[in-house]
Design a protein around this ligand. Structure first.
Ligand code: SF4
Length: 354
C-alpha cells in the first residue's frame, strides 16, 4: 500500500484536537448574515467573526454570477473559502480533471501558482486568475526546465514522470505528469525498467516501495510542509492517543509513511476517513485538510500534529473578491510551451482513464 504524507508551514506540531465550536457570545446563528452558509463552517469560524467575513462572501457570490466565473479550491484551503465560495474542491488531480470541462468564462484558482498554470493549460481559451501571484511551492521551485534537459541528456531513453507540482516549463520537458493520487499507476503504465520521477524525492521513494520491479531515479526536491514531519511525531501522538488512526501524505519522508496506518493523496485521505469513520484520526498533512473534513463530520475527532502551507494560506476571501473585481492576476502560459506541457498532463489523464 502506498503511504503518502504532506507538510505544512510554521505551526509547531502540537497534540490538540483541531476542531472547535463557535465561541459563546450570545449570537444565535439565525441572527447572523448568510445563516445557511455559516452553518457549514460554524465548527471553525466563531460566530463573532462571521459578520466580518459575510460581506466578502456575499460579494464573491455576486461577482461569480456577473463574471460567469467558478472558483477551484484545493483541499488545503481554509474552511471559510472551501465551504463557502468554492465551486469545485479537491486535490491536484481532481482540480486538473475538473478544469478540463469547467463551463465558465473565468476560473479563479484558490491554490498555488502551478495549479493555476495547469488550469490554464487545460483551458487555453478561458481567463484564469490567481488572487496572489506569490503563492508558490517549494517543490515547483526546486527544479527548472534546464535541470530536466540535463537529466534527459544524462539518462537517455529513461522516461521522465513529473509531479504536477511543477511549472509549465518543467512539465513541457517531461514525458508525462503524475499526482500523488496516481503516481503508482503512471509508473506502472510505462512498462519501463527505469523511470525518472521528479522533483519530489520522498514521493518517488514512497512509490518505489510500491513498485519494486522498476528502478526509480529522482531529484532532491521536497515539500517544505511535509518534510518537517518525523517518525517521533507519529510515535508521540500514538502514545497520547492510543488507538488513533494515522494517515500520512506521500510527500512525507518514507520513515514517516512507514509509521502510518494508511497513505494517500488528499482525496484518498478524505475518502478513507469518510468511509472508515475512525473515532480519532491524525492527518499528517496540511492543517486545513482536517478542518475541512471535520466541518461535515462532527463525530470524528481530528488530532494534531499538522503543518500549514504558507503558500496556500496566501489565499483569503478578501483577495479572491479583489481578483474578481479587478480581474487580476491573470495567469498566462506561452502557447508553444503550453502545447508541450498540456501533452504531458493529457498523457497522465489518459493513464487514469484506462
Ligand atoms: S503543501 Fe505547499 S509547499 Fe507543499 S507541495 Fe503543497 S503547495 Fe507546495
Amino acid at each position: 500500500m502506498l503511504k503518502m504524507s504532506i507538510m505544512e508551514d510554521a505551526m509547531a506540531a502540537t497534540s490538540q484536537p483541531v476542531s472547535r465550536g463557535p465561541v459563546p457570545g450570545g449570537l444565535a446563528p439565525q441572527s447572523l448574515p448568510l445563516p445557511e452558509i455559516f452553518a457549514r463552517v460554524s465548527r471553525h469560524v466563531p460566530a463573532i467573526e462571521w459578520p466580518a467575513l459575510a460581506p466578502d462572501i456575499e460579494a464573491i457570490l455576486r461577482l461569480k454570477r456577473e463574471r460567469n466565473a467558478v472558483i477551484l479550491a484545493h483541499n488545503y484551503q481554509a474552511p471559510e473559502i472551501f465551504h463557502t465560495v468554492a465551486d469545485i474542491v479537491g486535490d491536484s488531480l481532481a482540480l486538473a480533471r475538473e478544469a478540463v470541462s469547467v463551463d465558465a468564462d473565468v476560473i479563479v484558482l484558490a491554490g498555488v501558482h502551478f495549479m493555476a498554470e495547469t488550469a490554464k493549460l487545460l483551458n487555453p481559451a478561458k481567463t484564469v486568475l490567481i488572487p496572489d501571484m506569490g503563492a508558490g511551492c517549494s517543490l515547483a521551485d526546486s527544479i527548472t526546465a534546464e535541470d530536466v534537459r540535463g537529466l534527459r541528456a544524462r539518462y537517455p531513453g529513461v522516461p521522465i514522470v513529473t509531479y504536477v507540482n511543477t511549472s509549465a516549463a518543467v512539465k513541457a520537458e517531461s514525458d508525462l505528469c503524475c499526482t500523488s493520487g496516481n503516481a503508482v499507476e503512471v509508473v506502472r503504465s510505462l512498462n519501463a525498467p527505469r523511470v525518472l520521477m521528479i522533483p519530489d524525492e520522498f514521493l518517488a521513494q514512497n512509490v518505489q516501495a510500491e513498485v519494486p520491479e522498476v528502478e526509480i531515479l529522482t531529484w532532491a526536491g521536497h515539500c517544505e510542509v511535509h518534510e518537517r514531519f518525523t517518525p517521533a511525531d507519529i510515535r508521540d501522538v500514538r502514545e497520547s492517543y492510543p488507538g488513533v488512526t494515522v494517515i500520512a501524505h506521500p510527500e512525507c519522508p518514507p520513515d514517516v509513511v512507514a509509521e502510518s496506518d494508511f497513505s494517500g493523496s488528499t482525496a484518498m485521505m478524505m475518502n478513507f476517513v469518510i468511509e472508515k469513520r475512525p473515532a480519532q484520526v491524525v492527518l499528517v498533512t496540511e492543517c486545513s485538510m482536517a478542518d475541512n473534513i471535520a466541518a461535515q463530520n462532527p463525530d470524528i475527532e481530528f488530532i494534531k500534529p499538522c503543518n500549514m502551507c504558507p503558500h496556500m494560506k496566501r489565499m483569503s476571501l478578501k483577495n479572491i473578491r479583489r481578483a474578481l473585481e479587478t480581474m487580476t492576476h491573470e495567469v498566462t502560459v506561452d502557447p508553444a510551451l503550453a502545447e508541450r506541457a498540456r501533452a504531458a498532463v493529457e498523457r497522465m489523464l489518459a493513464v487514469r482513464a484506462r
